[in-house]
Structure formats: structure tokens, C-alpha cells
Write a protein that binds this ligand. Structure first.
Ligand code: FMN
Length: 187
């Protein structure tokens, strides 16, 4: 992972705190990591946490660029070698499945041409919902790698499938995706 470029998208789920651990693992393995938070994600985890972990700005608003003034979605997508969206809410999965570009996280997914990993996290009933399952299947059909959520205790005080894939599982999926991708030059 040394010197590789990873883009991480975080959405509005309690599981967002686990992504801090994932980002830290990637940074410790020598990767350059850029983090995008949706507006909802900011309600769950702080910008300062990811700025400290990555040593980079954290990106939230497409219209308030921190780095790429020609279009943050373009600059971030060009620099990345793999894009990992973890946790992915039902809302963002729907937006990705339908090609929405209404925020920075989704606009980056439209621009980015490399491997995209999606780690859903949600309530067990949400995960079972036909609309969610249709959207997940659509992502798979479109070439996204969806890391199925795991069974266990959910923050909504229920047992069932909906926990975000374990951090180690996501980390190793990122490693595998990078090993399949040519080492490009950052912008
Ligand atoms: C306490 C709390 C926990 C939530 N957890 C989840 C979750 O794990 N998965 C999910 O799909 N939505 C969850 N939601 C709902 C999302 O935050 C909401 O749909 C939001 O609009 C998602 O926006 P985003 O996908 O742009 O980040 C939660 C909401 C609250 C208030």
C-alpha cells in the first residue's frame, strides 16, 4: 500500500466511527488517503478526526473546494487509485445505483474510473428491503464491489444482518483492489 492513493467516502451511519480505524490502518500502511464526508456523515464523526489521521483536508462540499479549484470531484477522482465508500447508507447506495451526482461523494463516483468498494451499514429491516436489495444488485451489475454487511448486534438494539463489514475485511479488499490496479502517478 506504500505510496498508493485511496479515496474514502463516509456516509451518515453510526458505523462511521469504524472508518477512522480503517483510514488509520491505510495511513500506517503508507497510503495517501483523502476522505470525503457527506453532510449527514458530519453529524456522526468530526472533520478534525480525519484531517488528523490523513494529514490532508477533509472534503465535504463540492462548492467549497479545499484543494482542486477546477472541481474537487474531478481532482479527487483523478488522484485516487481505489475508492472505498464505508459505511454506505441506503440513501447513498440508492444515489450511486441511479447515477446521482448531487454531492461530492456521488459526483466522485461518477468521475472515478477505477475500482469502487461499497460497504453498506444499516438496520436489518432496511437491509432486507426490496428497494435496497435492488439497488445493491444494480451496483454489482455496474461493477461496484459490494462487501456484504455482517450479522450481529446493531446500534438500533437489534440483532441481524446490517453491521458494516469488519475493518480488516475492508482493508484487505482495498489491498486486493490496489494489487489489480496499475500504480498511477498522482496529480
Ligand atoms: C442515529 C442514526 C443512525 C443512522 N444510521 C444509519 C445507517 O446505519 N444506515 C443507513 O442507511 N442510514 C442510517 N441513518 C439515516 C441516514 O443518516 C440518512 O438516510 C441520511 O440522509 C443519509 O445521508 P447520506 O447517505 O448522504 O450520508 C441513520 C440516522 C440516524 C439519525
Amino acid at each position: 500500500m506504500q505510496g498508493r492513493e485511496i479515496l474514502v467516502g463516509v456516509t451518515g451511519s453510526v458505523a462511521a466511527y469504524k472508518t477512522a480505524e480503517l483510514v488509520s490502518r491505510c495511513v500506517q500502511a503508507g497510503a495517501g488517503v483523502s476522505v470525503i464526508l457527506t453532510r449527514s456523515a458530519v453529524r456522526f464523526i468530526g472533520v478534525a478526526t480525519f484531517e488528523a489521521l490523513t494529514g490532508r483536508p477533509v472534503y465535504v462540499d463540492m462548492f467549497e473546494p479545499r484543494e482542486h479549484f477546477f472541481g474537487e470531484h474531478i481532482g479527487l477522482a483523478r488522484r485516487a487509485e481505489v475508492y472505498c465508500i464505508a459505511p454506505a447508507t441506503a440513501h447513498t447506495i440508492a444515489r450511486l445505483a441511479h447515477g446521482f451526482g448531487d454531492d461530492l461523494l456521488c459526483a466522485c463516483a461518477l468521475v472515478f474510473e477505477g475500482p469502487v468498494l461499497v460497504a453498506p451499514a444499516m438496520n436489518v429491516a432496511m437491509w432486507r428491503k426490496p428497494a435496497v436489495q435492488r439497488n445493491v444488485q444494480r451496483l454489482r451489475d455496474d461493477g461496484f464491489e459490494v462487501l456484504d454487511p455482517e450479522p450481529g448486534w446493531l446500534s438500533c438494539r437489534e440483532e441481524g444482518t446490517g453491521r458494516m463489514a469488519d475493518v480488516e475485511r475492508i482493508f484487505s479488499a482495498i489491498q486486493k483492489a490496489l494489487s489489480r490496479t496499475a500504480h498511477g502517478s498522482p496529480d
